[in-house]
Design a protein around this ligand. Structure first.
Ligand SMILES: C[S@@+](CC[C@H](N)C(=O)[O-])C[C@H]1O[C@@H](n2cnc3c(N)ncnc32)[C@H](O)[C@@H]1O
Ligand SMILES: [Zn+2]
Length: 279
């Protein structure tokens, strides 16, 4: 028997987990049909694409992230630059979580790599508003639920998620609170002051982009969640010359640079916030 197509494999996988879905238009439960539609009791229907993802956007959105930006992000992430971060996140997720949702997952490499680090089997779901990002995720990473959608109005059931990841992406805490199971947690990653400092110092000396503070973001997180754990992760890694243009393309800091900059190493400096629902 031949290998089943990507679409058929996704239909089967999503069908197995169909109780996770909730209609983004009417919040009704959803069912996955054998011919690849995710459909609610009020007949709102979303197709599983041939690449193996579902588009839940009600109207198309424009994104500042292009296909080639996601290719660069994928190359940088798979070069290992974020391995220590992914290891920390896997440790913080713990061994109990079974349903993990990455909100603003981009091209999916963090979720793929984090899921592989966990000792348990998990159902990994990625949502991003960018179709280019999700298409890339679905192309490379199988046995996951990839959705184009707005993280502020997500197509998942209330109290269905054990752990929400939110890595360098916008958040919506009301929606996260709706989605989390009672003992669930949110893990949010935000840049700290030395994140990619080698780009900042060369490209933006003496301008406001040279420095950065995440204080407001951290404060907002602490207001919304309880038992908050706050860890900072900082390290500098050598950067192969072939990766320099990729790094400059994957971050808005590298866009519109007037002159070439030299980078032989790069600093990762991030805050990792973990919080639980306040009841
Ligand atoms: C800086 S990228 C981070 C992507 C990924 N987490 C990573 O670290 O590689 C921010 C991501 O948030 C996504 N995003 C922005 N607004 C969103 C929304 N309302 N719903 C879902 N995703 C959103 C963007 O499309 C983009 O992929
Ligand atoms: Zn509906």
């Amino acid at each position: 028997m031949g290998k089943v197509s990507k679409r058929v494999a996704s239909i089967l996988y999503m069908k197995e987990h169909e109780t996770l879905f909730s209609c983004p238009l009417c919040q009704d439960s959803m069912h996955v049909t054998d011919d690849g539609h995710v459909i609610c009791g009020n007949h709102h229907s979303f197709d599983i694409a041939k690449q193996g993802y579902v588009n839940f956007m009600i109207k198309p959105s424009t994104s500042m992230y292009s296909k080639s930006l996601f290719e660069s992000r994928q190359e940088i992430i798979n070069s290992g630059l974020y391995n220590p971060l992914q290891q920390l996140i896997a440790k913080l997720i713990g061994e109990e979580a079974q349903i993990i949702l990455d909100t603003g997952c981009g091209e999916g490499s963090h979720l793929e790599r984090i899921a592989k680090l966990l000792p348990q089997d998990v159902v990994a779901i990625g949502i991003d508003i960018s179709k280019e990002g999700i298409q890339s995720a679905a192309k490379f990473y199988e046995q996951k639920i990839w959705c184009v959608g707005d993280l502020a109005n997500s197509p998942y059931k209330e109290r269905s998620i054990d752990c929400i990841l939110n890595i360098l992406s916008p958040a919506n805490y009301d929606e996260f609170s709706r989605l989390l199971r009672p003992n669930g947690k949110v893990i949010k990653v935000v840049p700290q002051s030395d994140y990619l400092k080698e780009i900042r110092t060369q490209a933006f000396a003496n301008s406001e982009k040279e420095s950065y503070s995440n204080a407001q973001t951290v404060q907002r997180f602490k207001e919304h969640f309880t038992n908050v754990l706050h860890e900072r992760i900082t390290y500098t890694m050598p950067l192969e010359p072939r990766l320099v243009p990729k790094l400059l393309e994957m971050t808005p800091l590298g866009w519109h640079l007037q002159e070439e900059i030299a980078l032989s190493e790069i600093t990762i400096d991030l805050d990792v916030l973990v919080g639980e629902l306040s009841i």
